[in-house]
Structures are given as structure tokens and as C-alpha cells.
Design a protein around this ligand. Structure first.
Ligand code: PLP
Length: 385
């Protein structure tokens, strides 16, 4: 238990990063100490590191129904998203390339698309409904003869909406267009099957499921034509150079195994916390607006806009009360920008600036949720303009 000002910390920011279970730390430990061999070396000692990498690759492939050789380890979700988009366009010389994506993607996708636009790639950013859903018919309509890639996230990191990935995958396959999904928030939390969903590329990240930070993966369907993003010593079958992060990979494998094994049970428990928080806030706080779809929603996501409030103030006041939550605005160089996701679902700038996201995990309790709701009510009563 983490203590802050003599109080147990209430951690409700699991979508930012999740705590590491002891089993994951224990699995990694030997590879941070005595098992330090470089897995690319040929002697038997290093072979032990490669064996551990292989084991993790097998586990992770199993979680999404992929083949082990279709999994490439990266430094995280950001790199995987960059690679998917750049890799497809560079393989085509950045010419006659059109990408279809959405207005609510993570910045790892949106900002990569902006960069690609400067290199001559055409990008369509599809709008979403007021509860954050992409309409597969809009995807269908946006396809043109130069469309090379569709990139739609599996679940949104801010508002938790689960996107119709299977339908979009089906459209992409029928039209012979590659389909990438950013599954950073979905992997290990909700079922994802790359075969059944016609996914060609998928990004995931270990630290969102209790693995270490700085390790992620990209699934690339066998036989797919994609250019490497990092060049060097040709690790990962020449597609992702750089010495393998063995402790990270082992931790990712251990976290994926735990998450996969307990997925159904954890989802039931965590969504009960989520639903309790959503109903209490909706019933007890006037003018609180839920962001995202009520049922097509990640088990641990609660996102609200609170009228007449500022996210930053609320996050600071919650922090003083020992509660970790996230505001819906991105703070960069002193300027507060409203969330592009909240604007895309039709919230006004004022509404978007008064948003909070709480993301729970299996270590949270109903008592923590109740205490958090009571604290939000007090803050709003005292500070609403
Ligand atoms: N994509 C989504 C949907 C995310 O939520 C995040 C992280 O918050 C990322 C990508 C980036 O992942 P990473 O932190 O591993 O670079």
C-alpha cells in the first residue's frame, strides 16, 4: 500500500499506467541481475535470455490469437503506432498514399499522421458520434483508390469507448486495404483476436497491464509489406533493430499471462466499480455529463465533464485528498488545450476543460470509489463558479 500524508493513496489513473503485480517483478528479477546475456549472442548463456524472450513472445501471441513470429517487440505503444503508419507509407515511397483514421486517436497516431501529411500523404480524420463511436459506414465512404491504410483504435484512452474493430476490419479486408488498430488500452483488458477481427497490425504496451514501462509490441500479419522504422543490427528478423529489452519483454510476458488468465473475472469486478461510480456521479452531481458510450466501454473507465469546474483545479484538489485522477486537458508550455477527443464528441471548450477521467483496476475497492465520489462532491460544492 502506498501512503501519502499518512493516508493510503487512492490510485484511479490505471489507464495512464498500472501498478506492477509482484509476480511480474519476480519474473523479471533474474534478467535484471544474473541472466544478463545479450539474446543475440551465440553462446549458451545468452541462449537462456533468448529462451525467455521466446517464452514471452509465445504467451503474448496467444493473447491476441497471433503466431509468435508475428510479434515484434518495440519500446511501447508510441513507437508501434509510428512504425505502423510510417512503415506502410514508406514501403510505398510516401506516394499515392491515403490513410483513414479518426479524430479521437491517441496523439501517437494523430501526430504521426500530421508528420506524414508533410511528406505528401493524404489523411482523412473521421468524425465520431456523440458517444465516441466510429461509424463503419463512414470508413467505407472514405475509401478511395489510393487508400493504403485504415487505422482505428480498439478502445479510446480518454472516454473508454470500444470501437467496432471487427466491422472495420471486415471492410478493410474486403477492399484489400491494410488495417491497423491501436490496442494499447484494449490489450489484456478486453478480448482481441487478430484473425477473427481481420487486423493486419496492432499496437500494445506493457505498462498498461502491469508490465514495465518502455516495452511494447507490434503485431504484423505474416507476409505483410511494411518498412522497418528503426534501422541497425537487424534484430527482430530485420524489422526492428536494437538490442532486445530482455527484462522488459519477460515482464510484458508475465503481465500478459496474468491479464489474460484473469480477464473475464477482472472485467466483471472492475466494471462493477465503474458502474457504481457512474451511477453515483450521475445521480448526485447536477450537470455532470458522462463522456463515451455507456455499454461499449472499457471495464475500468469513468469520464465526466463537470459544469463550471476546471480539470486542473480538480486534479490538484483530489491530489491533496490523496486521490490520483487525470484531467481531460493536455498541458503544454503553459497553455491548456482542451482534449481533442472531448471536442470531437461535441463537448464545448468550457465543458472539455472541466473533465475528469478515473480509471480503475482490480486493486481498487468500492470504499475507494465512494470516498472519491464524496470528495468530488465536496470540491464541486466549494469551487463551482
Ligand atoms: N495509444 C494509446 C491509446 C494510449 O493510451 C497510449 C498511452 O497512453 C499510447 C498509445 C502510447 O503508449 P506508450 O506509453 O507505451 O508509448
Amino acid at each position: 500500500m502506498i501512503m501519502q500524508n499518512d493516508r493510503p493513496l487512492i490510485y484511479l489513473d490505471n489507464a495512464a499506467t498500472a501498478p506492477m503485480p509482484r509476480e511480474v517483478r519476480d519474473a523479471m528479477e533474474p534478467y535484471l541481475s544474473e541472466m544478463y546475456g545479450n539474446p543475440s549472442a551465440v553462446y549458451r548463456f545468452a541462449g537462456e535470455s533468448m529462451k525467455a524472450v521466446r517464452h514471452s513472445r509465445d504467451i503474448i501471441a496467444g493473447v491476441i490469437g497471433a503466431l509468435p513470429e508475428e510479434i515484434y517487440f518495440t519500446s511501447g505503444g508510441t513507437e508501434s503506432d509510428n512504425w505502423a503508419l510510417f512503415g506502410v507509407c514508406e514501403a510505398r515511397g510516401f506516394k499515392d498514399c491515403h490513410i483513414i483514421t479518426t479524430q479521437i486517436e491517441h496523439h501517437a497516431v494523430i501526430n504521426t499522421c500530421k508528420r506524414l501529411e508533410r511528406l505528401g500523404v493524404r489523411v482523412t480524420y473521421l468524425p465520431v458520434s456523440s458517444d465516441g463511436l466510429v461509424d463503419p459506414a463512414d470508413v467505407q465512404k472514405a475509401i478511395s483508390p489510393d487508400t493504403v491504410l485504415i487505422s482505428v483504435m480498439a478502445a479510446n484512452n480518454e472516454i473508454g469507448t470500444i470501437e467496432p474493430v471487427s466491422e472495420i476490419g471486415k471492410i478493410a479486408r474486403e477492399r484489400n486495404i491494410l488495417f491497423h488498430t491501436d490496442a494499447v488500452q484494449a490489450f489484456g483488458h478486453i478480448p482481441v483476436d487478430v484473425g477473427a477481427m481481420n487486423i493486419d497490425m496492432l499496437s500494445a504496451s506493457a505498462h498498461k497491464i502491469g508490465g514495465p514501462k518502455g516495452i511494447g509490441l507490434m503485431y504484423v500479419r505474416k507476409g505483410l509489406d511494411i518498412y522497418p522504422f528503426l534501422h541497425g543490427g537487424k534484430q527482430e528478423r530485420g524489422r526492428r533493430s536494437g538490442t532486445l529489452n530482455v527484462p522488459g519483454i519477460v515482464g510484458f510476458g508475465a503481465a500478459a499471462e496474468l491479464a489474460h488468465k484473469n480477464m473475464a473475472e477482472d472485467a466483471v469486478y472492475v466494471s462493477s466499480l465503474r458502474d457504481h461510480m457512474i451511477s453515483r456521479i450521475s445521480e448526485e452531481i447536477p450537470d455532470a455529463k458522462l463522456n463515451g458510450n455507456l455499454s461499449l466501454r472499457l471495464p475500468g473507465n469513468v469520464s465526466f465533464c463537470f459544469k463550471g469546474m476546471e480539470s486542473e483545479t480538480m486534479v490538484i484538489l483530489l491530489d491533496r485528498a490523496g486521490i490520483c485522477a487525470s484531467g481531460g486537458s493536455a498541458c503544454s508550455s503553459g497553455a491548456t488545450e482542451p482534449s481533442h477527443v472531448l471536442l470531437a464528441i461535441g463537448r464545448t471548450t468550457d465543458e472539455a476543460n472541466g473533465s475528469l477521467r478515473f480509471t480503475m483496476d482490480k486493486q481498487n475497492t468500492i470504499e475507494e470509489i465512494d470516498l472519491t465520489v464524496d470528495t468530488i462532491k465536496t470540491i464541486i460544492n466549494e469551487h463551482r463558479i
